[in-house]
Design a protein around this ligand. Structure first.
Ligand SMILES: Cc1cc2nc3c(=O)[nH]c(=O)nc-3n(C[C@H](O)[C@H](O)[C@H](O)COP(=O)(O)OP(=O)(O)OC[C@H]3O[C@@H](n4cnc5c(N)ncnc54)[C@H](O)[C@@H]3O)c2cc1C
Length: 350
C-alpha cells in the first residue's frame, strides 16, 4: 500500500492533523492502539481564551481561537456528530480589587472579543460563591474529545485508513523515497504518539514533561447552564452530571486514579460551589506537556521523512487545529512554521 502520510497515534493531535491532510487531498493511513493512552479520552476539553492564576490571554489566543470554531464545526458536519459545545465560562472574583481590575481591563481592545460581561454583584449565587461578582467569558466552551476521537476513528475505519495495533518503532524502515512499515510505503511518517514520544527513538531527545491529570464526574440536583472556573473547572454535561477538574501531578505520571486527587478536587469544588454533589466517577490521564509549554511541531533534524506533531500539553483542543494547519502547509508548500513551536528550537539537544 502506498500513501502520502503514515500517522502514528489518533488522539486529538492525530485526529486533527489527519483531517487537515485529508482536506489537502493527501492519502493517509493511521496506526493507533487506543488503549495505550487515556489523555484525549478523559480531557476536560475546555478552550478558554483567558487563563491562569493571573488571568491573561492564552498564548497566541487570537490566531488559535479564530481558527478553532470553524474547524470543529466543519468536522462535526463531516462526521455527523456533535462535540463542540460553545458555552460561556463564569469566573467569580475573589475581591473588590479584582473586580476593579477587570472593570479597567474590559475597556482594553485586546480583551474585548473575549469578555461577555463583568458582573459587579453576585450573578450565580445559587450555584457558586460570587459575593464580589465575576467575569463572563465568551468565545469559549469545550470539545467532547472522546466523542470526536471515536467518531473520527469510525470514519477512518469505514474508509480503510485505520490499523488498530501498537506501532513498533524498531520495524520502521527509512528509505530513499520515504518510509516503509510492514507493507505500508509512505512519503513521510508523522508521530502523534503523545506521552510515548519519550520512548520514540526518533524524538526521545525532545524535552517532554508529561503531567498526570485527574478529574471527577459529579451528579448534582442543580441545573447548571455555564462553565464555572475558579480553582477547578465545572463543565455541565447532560443529566445534571458535571466534569470537575483537573489536578496536575508531575511525579506519579500514570493513569491510575487516586483518593488524593479525589479529595483535592472535592475540596476545591466545595470552595467554589454552593450546590450539593455526589461523586459518581473519576478518571486520569497524562498530558503530553513540554518544558517550555509550547508544542513540538516539525521535521526531524536528520531524517526529512520523519515528522512530529506532539506536546499539546494542557491545551490540545485549542492548539491542535491551528498548528495542524500550519504543519500541513509547511509540509506541502514549505510555508513558515512558527519558531516557537518548530522543533528546530531544540536541535542542539539532538
Ligand atoms: C485530566 C485531563 C484534563 C485535560 N483537560 C483539558 C482541557 O480542558 N482542555 C484541553 O485542551 N486539553 C486538556 N487536556 C489535555 C489534552 O487531553 C491533551 O492535550 C491531548 O489529549 C493530547 O493529545 P495527543 O493526541 O497529543 O495525545 P494522546 O491523547 O495521548 O494520543 C496519543 C495516541 O497515540 C496512541 N499511541 C501512542 N503510541 C503508540 C504506538 N506505539 N502505537 C500505536 N498507538 C500509539 C495512543 O494510544 C493514543 O491513542 C487534559 C488532559 C488531562 C489528562
Amino acid at each position: 500500500m502506498h500513501v502520502d502520510y503514515l500517522i502514528i497515534g489518533q488522539g486529538i493531535a492525530g485526529t486533527v492533523l489527519c483531517e487537515h491532510l485529508i482536506k489537502a487531498g493527501k492519502s493517509v493511513i493511521v496506526i493507533d492502539e487506543s488503549t495505550l493512552s487515556n489523555s484525549s479520552k478523559v480531557a476536560g476539553g475546555l478552550y478558554n481564551p483567558i487563563t491562569g492564576r493571573k488571568m491573561v490571554k492564552t498564548w497566541n489566543c487570537d490566531a488559535l481561537f479564530n481558527y478553532l470554531t470553524p474547524f470543529y464545526r466543519a468536522l462535526e458536519v463531516k462526521l455527523g456528530e456533535r462535540f463542540l459545545i460553545e458555552k460561556p465560562i463564569y469566573r467569580p472574583f475573589m475581591s473588590t480589587e479584582e473586580l476593579n481590575e477587570w472593570m479597567g481591563k474590559s475597556a482594553e481592545s485586546i480583551y474585548q472579543p473575549y469578555i461577555g460581561e463583568i458582573k459587579d454583584k453576585p450573578a450565580y449565587a445559587n450555584h457558586v460563591k460570587d459575593q464580589f461578582g465575576g467575569i463572563i467569558l465568551k468565545q469559549c466552551g469545550y470539545v467532547d474529545t472522546a466523542t470526536m476521537v471515536s467518531a473520527y476513528r469510525d470514519y477512518l475505519k469505514i474508509n480503510h485508513l485505520y490499523k488498530s495495533e501498537a506501532f513498533d518503532y524498531a520495524k520502521l524502515v527509512l528509505t530513499d523515497r520515504g518510509v516503509e512499515y510492514e507493507g505500508i510505503h509512505a512519503k513521510k511518517v508523522i508521530f502523534c504518539d503523545g506521552k510515548f514520544s519519550q520512548s520514540n527513538p526518533f524524538f526521545d531527545w525532545l524535552p517532554l514533561r508529561p503531567v498526570k491529570g485527574e478529574l471527577l464526574f459529579v451528579k448534582t440536583k442543580t441545573k447548571i447552564e455555564v462553565i464555572y472556573n475558579r480553582g477547578v473547572f465545572v463543565i455541565p454535561l447532560s443529566n445534571r452530571i458535571c466534569k470537575v477538574g483537573a489536578t496536575y501531578d508531575h511525579e506519579n505520571v500514570n493513569e491510575n486514579i487516586t483518593s488524593k486527587a479525589e479529595n483535592e478536587l472535592r475540596r476545591r469544588l466545595k470552595q467554589l460551589a454552593v450546590f450539593d454533589f455526589e461523586v459518581i466517577d473519576q478518571k486520569a490521564g497524562v498530558r503530553p506537556a513540554t518544558k517550555d509549554r509550547k508544542p513540538f511541531v516539525g521535521i526531524h533534524p536528520k531524517h526529512s521523512q520523519v515528522v512530529v506533531f506532539n506536546g499539546l500539553g494542557a491545551k490540545g483542543v485549542s492548539l491542535a487545529p491551528f498548528y495542524a494547519n500550519q504543519l500541513t502547509n509547511h509540509l506541502e508548500f514549505g510555508d513558515h512554521l512558527d519558531s516557537e513551536v518548530n522543533i528546530e528550537r531544540f536541535f542542539s539537544l539532538f
